[in-house]
Design a protein around this ligand. Structure first.
Ligand code: PEP
Ligand code: CO
Length: 447
C-alpha cells in the first residue's frame, strides 16, 4: 500500500498478529468510539521535537536512555510509584551526562506500556492451562480462566491511567522536581548507603559545585535547561484498536500522529513486512522504533528502513537490537554495515534485556546483570568496528527495591530473587542495579 492510500484504518486489511479476540459483542467497537472522542495524550508538535532530538542521536551528537517497566500495572498508580520511577531515570541521566559529557534524550516506557506480546496463547499454572496474561489493557494477571478473558473496557482504564501518569510526569519534570539543584533529592533512602548510592552522591556533589562555580562566575542560571527536563513517553504499539483510536490529524501540517505517546515501537513478534503493524506505523509521523531479534537479516532490516522511512528523515526511525550476549558479536556487524551503506539515517539502540532472559531451576524468569552489561559492551564494540554511533540503551528498570535480576553491585543470588519479585511480566533492574549500569555505561561512552 502506498502512502497515498494509507489511513488510520488501512491496517485492518493486513494480517494482525498478537491481537486479542474481544468477546463477541459491540463493546469493543463502542470503547474504540469512546476513545476516539477523548483528547490526545500528546501533541504532534511534541513528537516533532522528539524527532529532532533523535536526529541529534542519529548524527552521533547525543545518547538515548529508553527505560521503564516491562508492563505497567493498574495496581501501581500512586504518585510515589510514578515519582520513584522518574527519580531513577533522572539519576541515570545525570550520571551519564556528567561522566560522559553527552546530552541524553530520555524516553520512559511509561504512560501507555500496558500490552504484552506473548510467545504462547496459554500458560501453565500448576497443572492447569489458562489463557496467557496479555497486559492490563487486555486482561488481568490473576490466575483464573475468567480473569484472562479480554475486556475491552480496560482500554479506557489504560487511557485514563496514562493521562494521569503523564499529567504528573509533566508536573514533576517542569515544576521544579527535575531541577538540577535537586540532584541529591533523587537518591532514594534504600540506595544512599550502598556503594552505588555513595558513588552517585559524589557525582551529585560535583554537580552542585559546578553549579555554584558557574553562578559565581556570573553565568545566567535562569537557563531552563538547568531547571526542567523532557521525559518523552513511549510504549510498544501492539494493540492496534487502541493506537488507531488515538491517531489524529495534525491541524498544522495535515499529517497523522499517534497521540497515545511521543514514540512507539513495533515489537520483535509483530515486525512482519506485510503485517498490520508495519502498515499502521508506516503512516503515522511520530518517531518510531522496531525491535530486531537474533533472526533479523540485513535484507529484512533494509526493507524495514525503506518501508518505514522512505524519505530518510533523521530521527524518524530507531532500530532497537535485542540479539543476546552470545550472538551479538557476529549478528550485529552485518546489519550495521548494510544500513550504513544504504545511507538510511537511523538511531541504533541496544536492548540488552529481551534476548538474555533465563529461567532458574525454581521457575523464576530472570536476567543476569553480567549478561546485560556484556551485550551492551558487544554493542559498543560492533559500532566501533563499523564506524557507526551506538546511540542508546533500552532497559527494563524500576525505582523500587525489587529483586528480579541476578548480580549487580549487590550480587543478588537466585535465593535472593524470592525477596521482592514483583514484576507483572519480565524481570527489571532495581534502582541500585540501574545506577550500577549507568556508571558502567558512562565509562563505555567516554572511551
Ligand atoms: C518488550 O519490550 O517488553 C518486548 C516484549 O520486547 P521484544 O518485542 O523485543 O520481545
Ligand atoms: Co519485557
Amino acid at each position: 500500500m502506498t502512502a497515498k492510500t494509507w489511513h488510520p484504518l488501512s491496517w485492518r486489511a493486513y494480517p494482525a498478529v498478537q491481537q486479542p479476540d474481544w468477546p463477541a459483542s459491540d463493546l469493543a467497537a463502542e470503547v474504540v468510539e469512546e476513545l476516539r472522542s477523548q483528547p490526545p495524550l500528546v501533541f504532534a508538535g511534541e513528537a516533532r521535537r522528539l524527532r529532532e532530538s533523535l536526529a541529534q542521536v542519529s548524527a552521533g551528537k547525543a545518547f538515548c536512555l529508553q527505560a521503564g517497566d516491562c508492563a505497567e500495572s493498574f495496581h501501581e498508580h500512586s504518585a510515589i510509584s510514578i515519582r520513584e520511577r522518574l527519580k531513577v531515570i533522572l539519576q541515570m541521566s545525570a550520571i551519564m551526562t556528567y561522566a560522559a559529557s553527552v546530552p541524553i534524550v530520555r524516553m520512559g516506557r511509561i504512560a501507555g506500556q500496558f500490552v504484552k506480546p506473548r510467545s504462547s496463547l496459554t500458560e501453565k499454572v500448576g497443572d492447569r492451562e489458562i489463557p496467557s496474561f496479555r497486559g492490563h489493557m487486555i486482561n488481568s494477571e490473576e490466575e483464573t480462566d475468567e480473569a484472562r478473558v479480554p475486556d475491552p473496557t480496560r482500554m479506557l482504564r489504560a487511557y485514563n491511567q496514562a493521562a494521569s501518569t503523564l499529567n504528573l510526569l509533566r508536573a514533576f519534570t517542569k515544576g521544579g522536581f527535575a531541577d538540577l539543584s535537586q540532584v541529591h533529592a533523587w537518591n532514594q533512602e534504600f540506595v544512599t548507603a550502598s556503594p552505588e548510592g555513595r558513588r552517585y552522591e559524589q557525582i551529585a556533589s560535583e554537580i552542585d559545585r559546578a553549579l555554584a562555580f558557574m553562578s559565581a562566575c556570573g553565568v545566567d542560571m535562569h537557563n531552563s535547561a538547568l531547571h526542567q527536563v523532557d521525559i518523552w513517553t513511549c510504549h510498544e504499539g501492539l494493540l492496534l484498536d487502541y493506537e488507531e483510536a488515538l491517531t489524529r490529524c495534525d491541524s498544522l501540517t495535515g499529517d497523522w500522529y499517534d497521540c497515545s505517546a511521543h514514540m512507539l515501537w513495533i515489537g520483535e513478534r509483530t515486525r512482519q513486512l506485510d503485517g498490520a503493524h508495519v502498515e499502521f506505523f508506516s503512516g503515522v509521523h511520530n518517531p518510531i522504533g522496531v525491535k530486531l531479534g537474533p533472526s533479523a537479516t540485513p535484507e529484512q532490516v533494509l526493507e524495514l528502513c525503506e518501508r518505514l522511512n522512505p524519505e530518510k528523515i533523521p530521527g524518524r526511525l530507531t532500530l532497537i537490537t535485542r540479539i543476546g550476549v552470545g550472538l551479538i558479536e557476529h549478528a550485529l556487524p552485518p546489519i550495521l554495515a548494510a544500513v550504513r551503506d544504504s545511507g538510511s539515517p537511523v538511531v541504533w539502540i541496544c536492548d540488552p534485556m529481551h534476548a538474555n532472559t533465563i529461567t532458574t531451576e525454581s521457575g523464576r524468569k530472570t536476567r543476569r546483570f553480567s549478561d546485560i552489561m556484556a551485550e551492551i559492551e558487544g554493542f559498543f564494540a560492533a559500532h566501533s568496528a563499523e564506524g557507526t554511533w551506538p546511540g542508546g540503551v533500552h532497559l527494563e528498570i524500576t525505582g523500587g527495591d525489587v529483586t528480579e535480576c541476578l548480580g549487580g553491585g549487590e550480587q543478588l543470588s537466585e535465593a535472593g530473587l524470592e525477596e521482592a519479585y514483583q514484576t507483572l511480566c519480565d524481570p527489571r533492574l532495581n534502582a541500585r542495579q540501574s545506577l550500577d549500569l549507568a556508571f558502567h555505561l558512562a565509562e563505555l561512552m567516554r572511551r
